[in-house]
Design a protein around this ligand. Structure first.
Ligand SMILES: [Zn+2]
Length: 296
């Protein structure tokens, strides 16, 4: 029973052509799971979904502002996965009919019953959804925003349901950090503790869970702060050697404003270090980088 409900809520039909991110349905499922956990029912009014899911998509979704990025898309289309029902019939994708009169959505009765029978499944589903859609730098933020405690969720069993996930190359992180001289490729931070680098991470340019390979040309060593800003789309690359800063990033303090100084900074790899591949940089610009870059 529990594994059935886990499978149904983690094998949603998503458009995944050409490496496009499609976190819309998973984010709606996370919202409804959070609602179920908090109130005992997954019922969500459209007005609440429009507001909360709209914010989640703006913050964690792909940057493009098209009809496909509207909360109306998952709210209506999750019905086709046979896990979601609406309180009245409306056409797919259209905001007008949703706003015309009150309407709510909720998990189908058998799904909700399956979740009530096995409350632990809620955390397992949340873990599988968030790990399939987001890098580790964002996963905890998404969980907090949808009403979960990340430590609890990441401790949930996966029942082997993620066995189809691609295997990571365990040596890739070490190789990337070493190739960039154990320092942040953006700001040069090179702190160490007892001789080991600290706060320096290997960042995938094209996210691993969206098809990004563990290859030398898909990685940069970044400090923890710039890794997060890069995965959130506040920082990007205009070409494989040039950092850009999004106009959506804002800071007031002098320390925060230091991020602006990264704009148009050139990477300085040592001889022999592989630069990011154009194809991965283009993916990041299309699927992650938020809005426009600062002007020169
Ligand atoms: Zn840095």
């Amino acid at each position: 029973m529990s594994s059935d409900v886990v499978t149904r809520l983690t094998s949603l039909r998503q458009y995944q052509g050409d490496g496009q991110r499609a976190p819309h349905k998973p984010l709606l499922v996370l919202l409804a799971l959070g609602q179920l956990k908090a109130t005992g029912s997954s019922i969500l009014q459209w007005s609440e979904v429009e507001d909360r899911l709209g914010s989640l998509l703006a913050e964690f979704g792909p940057p493009k502002n098209t009809a496909g990025n509207s909360p109306a898309y998952p709210f209506t289309r999750l019905r086709t996965d046979n896990v979601w029902i609406l309180s009245r019939d409306v056409p797919n994708d259209n905001v007008g009919p949703l706003r015309a009169a009150p309407i709510d959505g909720r998990f189908a009765a058998d799904v909700e019953a399956g979740l009530r029978d096995n409350p632990d499944a809620v955390n397992t589903i949340a873990r599988l959804l968030v790990e399939s859609q987001f890098p580790s730098t964002l996963a905890a933020d998404v969980l907090i925003a949808t009403g979960f405690d990340p430590d609890t969720v990441f401790g949930a069993p996966t029942f082997g349901t993620d066995r189809t996930a691609r295997r990571r190359d365990p040596s890739w992180r070490h190789a990337i950090v070493a190739a960039w001289d154990r320092s942040c490729a953006f700001c040069g931070f090179d702190g160490s503790l007892g001789g080991a680098p600290v706060g320096i991470e290997a960042a995938h340019i094209r996210w691993f869970n969206i098809g990004g390979p563990d290859d030398p040309d898909n990685g940069l060593a970044l400090c923890s702060l710039h890794h997060k800003l890069f995965d959130r789309g506040a920082l990007g690359l205009s070409d494989p050697e040039t950092v850009i800063v999004s106009t959506t990033f804002a800071a007031v303090s002098e320390t925060g404003k230091r991020v602006y100084e990264l704009h148009e900074r050139r990477l300085t790899p040592r001889p022999g270090t592989t630069l990011p591949a154009d194809v991965h940089v283009e993916w990041h610009t299309r699927e992650v980088f938020k809005g426009n870059s600062l002007s020169a």
